[in-house]
Design a binder for this molecule. Structure first.
Ligand code: IVH
Length: 736
């Protein structure tokens, strides 16, 4: 299977590296003949190692891992359809590395660890980098970082209690680029390629505004320099690009990295420019004076070189970069960024830790694969593969049926996941998800986990189609699906499963906000027969509760207080808490603004509802249907008898800012001394005009009103460039 590659190696090892495209094509040819059973077999062998560890060692282990890794690399790089997640691949790769370190005799020339990965193609001419662009070693936890720190200390001949200083910055997840400047002018840009040679893409790089066409390297006596960086697309921009492509009927990009690397490889540099690619520079790789003498030694720290590049106008990490005085401080910083990762504008898959002292970097040197003075700290995997074991159906408060996948538990971003929503029937059909399938699952930050895809190639025929129920799993009522609705619904308002969900919602933060009475308590009281309907939850026997396990007099009393408080809620909350289809927070407020007594709605006509701006006939009909059901009216009367507020005065009515208010949706901040009004008064005026007052200058701020003697906030807003700055009078004119 690997003959072609072996032959190339035999003729010339260096030729083999520069011909990795041919290598992949030949590989593709042979592997294409593989059938699904091979994919399944490779997957199962990989998973067995990942779950149970290596049961063999030495030559056999190396051979096994090599075969698996090569297959996964081919699926990823050639077919663009990986069978395993990045982390699963990385783990196998690391195992191979450590196995090879223990048994160096068995390291083959064509081992995946001996090849620097390549993105070379025939579309762009290949150019040699001034110095090789290597990869990075990976770490996953504090222990790995401490091992790295110890290795550095040994190389530096330091004692265990002496500290090494590290520069830490994001591991940007885009496409790497190398930029060469000569005599202060950009000479050439290239992709990483195979690390030795890259694809020349100068015209495309020149189209990127974040790459200066000229930069004053000469002020430091530098005549020729090579910089390394990463081409990226902001997440919000990526979203827009995909929306546009979808609208144009083009295929969408899987992630911002693909959009960025694809953008760099466009034939037309104008097209590259349109994609909004940005380049972060993270390394000064080579610097020589006019005689070709290395002049890097004028800098003492990595951090200093990056700051210098920032001064010259390059885009560099700023708040994302930190010099840490020891490995513990590094760990704190990388964990801080792991937590912040989702909120960051760009995709990052980890942080890179570099020995800050350049002289020490030199002493550490390189392996054939990575510098010994740097390591990547990989964030916890967002993706993993698992098996779909079963599908359960949840019934929501308005009767929507949500299929929920039960999967073999997996670790995703540090959390064990065993249940994943499948949303609705269309989701299952579109993704062709079957019972017994191997599925790729993802959980990004706080986003709820979801199934990315089913692995068709891993099916063995035993998988079963998911039969969506036709009747409610709780009350057997025939399910219905509205024309424009994604969900099947049980229309029986008295369906037990719905009643329970409605009780849970009724007491939740968004609705009546009964402090301390959450889902688990409602479920527990329901199971014990203490609450069967909404009025029941206002009839709780607090003396009995005080005696329940986990309670006491004090907590029972607190619960009673919480209910007393909730009873006084404005009627908009009560309306919302009834779980009438399409009657959410906003609609509840709109209706509450028009009535004095909730039960008045009994006599409302459809017209009366649709006369309210933003309320359509569907909402109106749902509310009418609700009040036509005598049981519901009785239930509301019972609530009233139990002390729940169903009335309001003119003053209690919700107030609205009209959609055409001058500052609608804007954020605003007042600074300095105002002459015509007080600060509070100004803020109230801004609010009435639809704005939201915020307290700090950031890119989230839209308007800064600068009074007399405005200071640092004004300066900061001016520096941001994106904030509209108004005088007090201009503000008054605007809201008039
Ligand atoms: S330093 C010789 N720093 O990660 C130094 N690399 O796995 C090696 N990358 O393809 C690279 N952010 O493009 C370095 N702050 C950063 C990085 C970074 C992303 C990429 C780089 C390379 C890959 C290495």
């Amino acid at each position: 299977m690997w003959t072609y590659r072996y032959q190339l190696k035999y003729i010339s090892p260096s030729l083999a590296i520069t011909h990795s495209t041919i290598y992949y094509l030949c590989l593709a040819n042979t592997l294409f003949k593989m059938n699904k059973n091979d994919a399944k077999n490779i997957y199962e062998r990989s998973m067995s190692i990942l779950k149970n560890g290596l049961k063999i060692d030495g030559e056999a282990a190396i051979a096994e891992l090599t075969e698996l890794i090569k297959f996964h690399e081919w699926r990823y790089s050639v077919l663009n359809d990986p069978l395993v997640s990045d982390t699963e691949y990385d783990t196998l790769y690391k195992l191979l590395e450590s196995e090879e370190a223990m048994f160096p005799l068995f390291v083959k020339q064509d081992s995946p660890t001996q090849r620097v990965s390549s993105d070379l193609s025939n579309n762009f001419p290949a150019v040699e980098h001034l110095i090789p662009m290597l990869s990075l070693d990976n770490s996953y936890n504090l222990e790995d970082l401490q091992d790295f720190d110890e290795r550095i200390k040994k190389l530096a001949m330091l004692e265990a209690d002496q500290d090494i200083e590290y520069a830490v910055e994001p591991k940007f997840d885009g496409g790497s680029i190398a930029l060469v400047y000569e005599n202060d002018q950009i000479l050439r840009a290239a992709s990483r390629g195979n690390g030795v040679k890259g694809e020349e893409m100068t015209a495309n790089a020149k189209a990127l505004k974040s790459i200066p066409l000229s930069a004053a390297f000469s002020k430091k006596g530098i005549a020729k320099v090579e910089l390394r960086g990463e081409a990226l697309i902001r997440k919000d921009n990526f979203k827009k690009i995909n929306e546009q492509r979808e609208a144009d009927g083009q295929s969408i990009f899987a992630n911002p990295r693909n959009a960025a690397t694809g953008g760099l490889r466009m034939k037309d540099a104008q097209e590259t420019a349109k994609r909004g690619i940005e380049a972060f520079i993270y390394q000064l790789g080579y610097a020589a004076d006019e005689n070709g003498q290395n002049v890097l030694s004028q800098f003492t720290k990595h951090d200093e070189t990056i700051a210098f590049l920032g001064e010259l106008g390059f885009k560099i990490p700023i708040k994302e970069r930190k010099v840490c005085k020891n490995i513990k401080a590094v760990f704190d910083f990388v964990k801080e960024w792991e937590a912040k990762r989702e909120g960051y504008d760009y995709e990052i898959d980890g942080m890179v830790i570099k020995v800050n002292d350049l002289a020490l970097q030199l002493r550490c040197g390189f392996t054939s694969h990575h510098p010994r003075w740097a390591i990547a700290f990989k964030f916890k995997a967002k993706q993993a593969t698992s098996k779909l074991l079963d599908v359960e159906y949840q019934i929501g408060k308005i009767g929507s049926i949500t299929p929920v996948a039960k999967i073999d538990p997996v670790q995703l971003a540090g959390v064990t996941v065993s249940s994943i929503s499948l949303h609705n029937q269309d989701f299952i059909t579109t993704k062709d998800i079957r019972l017994g399938d191997t599925v790729l699952v993802e959980r990004a930050g706080d986003v709820i986990p979801y199934i990315v895809k089913s692995m068709e190639d891993l099916r063995d025929g035993s998988e079963k189609a998911i039969d969506f129920p036709t009747n409610c799993p709780s009350c057997e009522t025939k399910l219905v699906r509205g024309e424009k609705e994604a969900a099947w619904r049980c229309t029986n308002y008295h369906c037990e499963a719905q009643v329970l969900q409605r009780m849970v919602f009724h007491v939740s933060k968004d609705a009546m906000d009964v402090d301390g009475f959450g889902r688990s308590l409602v479920e527990r009281f329901y199971e014990e027969g203490m609450v069967k309907s909404l009025p029941d939850i206002y009839r709780l026997d607090y003396e009995r509760i005080a005696k329940l396990e986990g309670f006491g007099a004090k907590s029972a009393q607190n619960l009673q207080f919480a209910f007393e408080k909730a009873k006084k809620n404005p009627i908009s909350r009560l309306l919302h808490s009834l779980s009438i289809h399409h009657v959410g927070k906003k609609v509840s407020k709109l209706i509450a603004a028009e009535i004095e007594y909730v039960l008045d709605l009994k006599d409302w006509t459809l017209e009366k509802f649709t006369d309210i701006k933003d309320i359509g006939p569907v909402v109106g009909e749902n509310i009418i249907a609700f009040f036509q059901d005598e049981d519901n009216v009785t239930m509301l009367k019972q609530l009233e008898e139990l002390g729940v507020n169903l009335r309001q005065t003119e003053d209690d009515k919700p107030k609205f800012v009209s959609a055409d208010a001058p500052l609608i949706g804007k954020t605003i901040l007042f600074t300095g001394t105002l002459l015509q009004m007080g600060r509070k008064e100004a803020q109230k005026m801004a609010e009435d005009a639809g704005a939201k007052n915020i307290s700090a200058v950031s890119k989230n701020l839209n308007i800064l009103v600068a009074g007399e003697k405005a200071g640092s906030k004004l300066k900061k807003a001016q520096a941001l460039g994106s904030v509209e700055i108004l005088s007090e009078q201009e503000f008054l004119n605007l809201i008039k």
